[in-house]
Design a protein. Structure first.
Length: 314
């Protein structure tokens, strides 16, 4: 069983604020694990730090502090790590090179990661296209990105991510740029591949409905922190943190899929710098919320917890 463990990871960016250098904590002391055969959804509004987490796991950016362990070990060289951990990006239009054929996009990682040699790479590419249901695969291999629809391109991006034979797939808003009508197909494809290949999947999304449907567990992020996590149904049906409650109340009917970017955005005044970062938007804020934010278990579920004083045992 493969696992990717995130231990107390933080990411601080240096940004310019009115011409002065300032520190922006994009991810603040986050811990969780991804395991084979499970999808973990990371949900939260825009700017909460979801992509920064995915990018740190893909080793596209370094954590400022904390550790990421692959099967209990500090990850080795980047190429070997990328053979195990692959990412699918949000924008299928930007992620493929218009100058190269689809077959080229797939042969390259097969060769680079030693999964094929010159004589077998073309066949390997066709096999990958078959696995993501792009038919007829031998013809699709000769096409160029501009000849494909957004959904087909995202299937190619998924095929390319599968090429090195990864154990972990990071899917950063994989359907948010696609036509609503094909989003579920792509999410079902990722789900099928997860089951067939026993992948561990991180699903980054704004959308609570698909998070609940496709993920084993959900983590809710607010301003760089995971404020609630637990089994998907528990988090959505019995949200414990006032922020999750707000998201769940604003979410669409779970049987439909729509871009939830707008629906998840809730408004408030200037955010606090310490204590509970949500307290200025919280209808239940108490004096102790300005001091510390402990994590409490939610009664009735072993793995459901939230960072909120409302859950303190009386
Ligand atoms: N390279 C960077 N330099 C400076 N700030 C950054 C950088 N990347 C991200 N940030 C900031 O970090 C915070 C978290 O951004 P991130 O993209 O991780 O959020 P997100 O939850 O993925 O948002 P979205 O859903 O819009 O993609 C934001 O305030 C963002 O502006």
């Amino acid at each position: 069983m493969t696992s990717l463990e995130v231990q107390n990871v933080s990411k601080v960016f240096t940004v310019r604020d009115h011409g002065r250098r300032a520190r922006l904590t994009a991810v603040d002391d986050v811990s969780f694990a991804l395991r084979s055969g499970e999808t973990v959804a990371l949900v939260g509004e825009s700017g909460s730090g979801k992509s920064t987490i995915a990018r740190m796991l893909a080793r596209l950016t370094r954590p400022t502090s904390g550790r990421i362990l692959l099967d209990g070990q500090p990850p080795g060289p980047k190429r070997a790590y990328r053979g195990q951990v692959q990412m699918v990006f949000q924008d299928p239009f930007a992620s493929l090179n218009p100058a190269h054929s689809i077959g080229y996009h797939l042969r390259r990682p097969l060769l680079l990661h030693g999964r094929a040699h010159r004589g077998t790479a073309a066949e390997g590419a066709v096999d990958l296209l078959r696995r993501v249901n792009l038919t007829p695969p031998d013809q699709v291999a000769h096409r160029y990105p501009h000849e494909l629809s957004g959904g087909q391109r995202q299937r190619v991006a998924i095929a390319r991510a599968l090429a090195p034979g990864p154990r972990i797939l990071l899917a950063d808003e994989p359907v948010s740029m696609l036509d609503v009508s094909i989003r579920l197909e792509i999410l079902h494809l990722i789900d099928e591949l997860k089951r067939e290949e026993d992948l561990a999947v991180l699903y980054v999304t704004h959308d609570l409905a698909t998070a609940r449907y496709f993920a084993t567990s959900i983590m809710v992020m607010y301003r760089g922190q995971i404020v609630e996590s637990g089994p998907s149904d528990d988090v959505i049906l019995r949200p414990a943190h006032p922020y999750t409650q707000l998201l769940a109340a604003a979410a669409p009917d779970p049987s439909t899929v729509r871009p939830a970017r707008e629906s998840l955005v809730v408004r408030g005044g200037k955010p606090p710098a310490t204590g509970c970062l949500f307290r200025n938007r919280c209808p239940h804020a108490m004096p102790q919320c300005s001091e510390s934010v402990p994590t409490f278990g939610v009664a009735g579920s072993e793995s459901h917890s939230a960072r909120c004083w409302l859950l303190a045992p009386s």
